[in-house]
Design a protein around this ligand. Structure first.
Ligand SMILES: [Zn+2]
Length: 138
């Protein structure tokens, strides 16, 4: 009598591999856009926080010197300044402009890319500080 020996295959079948690939494809098509959106939203919030930190350091600088520093790099290492100058999480240095009136404008170089992720207008990533009034300074 001949007995048939059934061997169990150690490999996956083609149907099993295709099923697993399909499931992974569906999951990644859902997860990747969500991950990208959350990452951009976080970048927008961090950018606003960076601008606020720079603005606070500039305002503290005004109390000591009576005017805004000519360059944002002056804030680095100053007693009332920053340990380092933050950059936009999407890349690029913040634009620093002191107007004719003495007002300071800090602008994100990638403000247009933040729209829709933590704000609806590019102006939300522009911070304007009023000109220092010498009669109010200590
Ligand atoms: Zn930014």
């Amino acid at each position: 009598m001949i007995t048939r020996c059934t061997r169990r295959s150690a490999a996956f079948s083609l149907v099993e591999l295709l099923s697993a690939t399909l499931v992974l494809g569906v999951l990644s098509s859902l997860a990747v856009p969500l991950y990208t959106s959350q990452r951009k939203s976080a970048a927008g919030r961090v950018c606003k926080a960076n601008e606020a930190a720079i603005a606070r350091a500039a305002a503290a600088w005004v109390l000591r010197h009576g005017e805004y520093p000519a360059e944002p790099d002056d804030l680095v290492g100053a007693p009332e300044g920053l340990a380092w100058l933050p950059k936009c999480p999407l890349g690029g240095d913040y634009q620093w402009q002191i107007g004719d009136t003495g007002a300071l404008t800090i602008t994100c170089p990638r403000a247009a890319e933040h729209i829709g992720f933590g704000g609806t207008e590019a102006s939300e990533w522009v911070m304007v500080l009023a000109a220092p009034r010498r009669d109010l300074l200590p």
